[in-house]
Design a protein around this ligand. Structure first.
Ligand code: PGA
Length: 234
């Protein structure tokens, strides 16, 4: 039974999560630690590029990232939706408009994430496909700093909706209603196929699935495989 398991459960889990996932998963660690006091969780936070490097080098037990490259031999379980939204400072002239044509954003200054960011790659792919040149005003390697920069009026940004919930609710940022947005992505729990998960890692993975916010679970509106492929790798 659970009480008996608690005493004997030992070990550690190394988890690597995306910069966007850190707005969601760390909150779950407290209750996991309470239920499994013998298991230690170490967590690394990085962008897509950094996590793929760690995965290739087998540095961690579990990864939470977007779509791993198709030809990588990994187990990949859909974990949550990760919609990307276009945010602006309150009072931006486009904030009152509906169904904005993305081509109208051609002249707007944008704050971009660093190369290696999956958020950046996804937005870049979206605008490239439409032939809309993006005007990069500034490159900032942090979701948190980008929010402040946008709120301060320096430009627009595309960010994971998970990172801007508080600012949108408080009115410090506004979400622009641009056609094609939100860009729909998913997070997956990923690990090398050849690697047998330790009992601690398996317990943690089960915990994540059992305790994720049902509102963001991908089953709510699954992305068809064809659409996922069309969207590319990241
Ligand atoms: P990143 O994470 O922009 O920090 O790489 C988001 C993602 O890849 O979905």
């Amino acid at each position: 039974d659970v009480a008996a398991l608690r005493g004997i459960e030992k070990g550690s889990v190394r988890l690597a999560i995306l910069t966007t996932v850190k707005y969601v998963v760390p909150k779950l660690l407290g209750s996991f630690a309470a239920a499994h006091p013998g298991i230690e969780v170490a967590m690394v936070v990085g962008n897509r590029g950094a996590l793929l490097q760690r995965l290739a080098a087998n540095q961690d037990d579990l990864y939470i990232l977007g779509q791993p490259p198709d030809d990588w031999d990994v187990v990949c379980e859909p974990f949550a939706d990760n919609p990307l939204v276009l945010v602006a400072p309150p009072g931006h002239p486009l904030a009152r408009e509906r169904a904005i044509d993305p081509r109208r954003l051609a002249g707007e200054p944008f704050i971009l994430r660093e190369p290696g960011s999956g958020t950046r790659a996804t937005m870049q792919r979206f605008f490239d496909a439409l032939g809309v040149p993006l005007r990069a005003r500034l490159e900032v390697g942090s979701n948190e700093a980008i929010k402040q920069t946008v709120a301060g009026g320096l430009g627009l940004a595309v960010l994971s909706a998970h990172t801007v919930g508080a600012e949108l609710a408080l009115g410090e940022l506004v979400q622009l209603d641009v056609q094609g947005f939100p860009l729909l992505r998913q997070w997956h729990i990923v690990y090398p196929r050849g690697k047998r998960l330790s009992p601690a890692a398996a317990a943690f993975k089960d915990w994540l699935f059992a305790h994720r916010d049902p509102a963001v679970a991908p089953a709510a509106h699954p992305v068809p495989a064809a659409a996922r492929r069309a969207r590319g790798r990241s």
